[in-house]
Design a protein around this ligand. Structure first.
Ligand code: PMP
Ligand code: GLU
Length: 393
């Protein structure tokens, strides 16, 4: 029968993170007081001056299509940001496409560089959508599992084990969702030399670059000598500026590749909304104070969550260097299986966590706790889990 969906959906599940987010809303509607440590969504409101820039733009008539690659003011602001903060020097008029979300930026970037049958190496644990996006463009995601015992460090050995003649690109996320790891200079060199030797594209997802702790430093792979010609850098406003609902991101890279990315953008969404882009300009040019305050608060929550986790029997957690996730090792508990543990915690305590297996091979025996939520919720959630573990002891 012809009434079947395309075969490319065979390897695809619903997004585990989005599905969990929706499940929390449903359980709350049913009257269950759920504490949500599942979703990676900042609980802060977008800064007032960013909102004012967008509403002002709306009032002044920014209700039309914009140029597909983005409004000139935002492209300029992104070019300046990449140069001064990331060491990436490019021409924003030709080498950047502003997209409705970093998700769309990643999707059209992968669509542009991957042919059906091509392979994308993804060090895992990794954010849930990369492998599904690869499937959606007809390519094959190949996991390079990293070891918990090694602190989820990217090693040449892990990458080489994943490479084949069909490998076309490697995708690296730093700071990392879910592990909280920040790429070291040595790992960055490993990724680049691996990409050069196998002649691969690098896709760098830097959406958490501003959320760093204890002096950790962000490295942009695209800024390394010799990397620019093969690197597509993706970023967005959701996490740093608490702008998840605005749906705004961008992708930058070599002129000849971005020319094709622009076609994918034009034939799918045309452009990001004009008034949303006005908010983006305000964020990039005048958003630093708001970011600093939020990162300071994430730092306090991180301590709370890491100390709390390490005090639980059978649970260990190293402090994340960046992003707002704690990736806890639960193998010492009575329920070392991540999905069973997360389901048990939700049923017993009403606390929503994400099982590490949602993030691919390497995530077994771990659960992800998002600390993009208040200290009160984090404290109460850890108390409830502690009590449940003690009672089941
Ligand atoms: N990359 C990573 C690693 C993420 O965690 C997210 C969060 N959804 C995204 C990209 C996409 O962000 P957005 O689409 O909200 O810009
Ligand atoms: N990126 C966040 C997370 O990992 C938000 C949900 C999503 O888009 O996946 O929880």
């Amino acid at each position: 029968m012809k009434r079947t969906v395309a075969g490319r959906f065979a390897g695809i599940e619903r997004s585990a993170t989005v599905a969990l987010f929706e499940m929390v809303q449903t359980l709350r509607k049913q009257g269950r007081p759920i504490l949500d440590l599942g979703g990676g969504e900042p609980d802060f409101a977008t800064a007032d001056h960013i909102v004012a820039a967008a509403t002002g733009a709306l009032e002044q008539g920014a209700t039309h299509y914009t140029p597909s690659r983005g409004v000139p003011a935002l492209l300029e602001a992104i070019g300046e940001k990449l140069r001064t903060e990331n060491g990436i020097v490019l021409n924003p008029a030709t080498d950047v496409v502003v997209t409705p979300s970093a998700k769309h930026a990643l999707f059209i970037a992968l669509m542009t560089i991957l042919d059906p049958g091509d392979e994308l190496v993804i060090p895992t644990p990794s954010w849930v959508s990369y492998s599904s996006m690869a499937h959606l463009v007809g390519a094959r995601p190949v996991s390079a599992p990293l070891k918990a015992a090694d602190g989820f460090r990217i090693t040449r050995r892990a990458l080489e084990a994943a490479v084949t003649a069909r490998t076309k690109a490697i995708l690296v996320n730093t700071p990392n969702n879910p592990t909280g790891r920040v790429l070291s200079a040595e790992e960055a060199r490993t990724v680049l030399s691996f990409a050069v030797e196998h002649d691969l594209f690098i896709v760098a997802d830097e959406i958490y670059e501003k959320i760093l702790f204890d002096g950790a430093e962000h490295i942009s792979l695209g800024a390394l000598p010799g990397a620019a010609e093969r690197t597509l850098t993706v970023n967005g406003f959701s996490k740093a500026y608490a702008m998840t609902g605005w749906r705004l991101g961008w992708v930058s890279g070599p002129t000849d590749v971005i020319r094709e990315v622009l076609k994918a953008q034009e034939h799918t969404v045309s452009c990001a909304s004009g008034f949303v882009q006005a908010g983006g300009v305000a964020a990039l040019t005048r958003g630093a104070d708001a970011v600093r305050e939020m990162v300071q608060e994430y730092g306090a929550r991180r301590k709370l969550v890491v100390d709390g986790l390490n005090a639980l029997p059978g649970v260990t957690c190293s402090a994340p260097e960046g992003a707002f996730y704690a990736f806890a090792d639960i193998r010492g508990t009575r329920l070392p299986d991540a999905e069973a543990f997360a389901a048990w915690v939700l049923a017993e305590t009403g606390v929503a966590l994400t099982p590490g297996t949602a993030f691919g091979p390497g995530g077994e025996g771990h659960v992800r706790l998002s600390f993009a939520t208040s200290r009160e919720v984090i404290g109460e959630a850890l108390d409830r889990i502690g009590a449940a573990l003690a009672a089941s002891g």
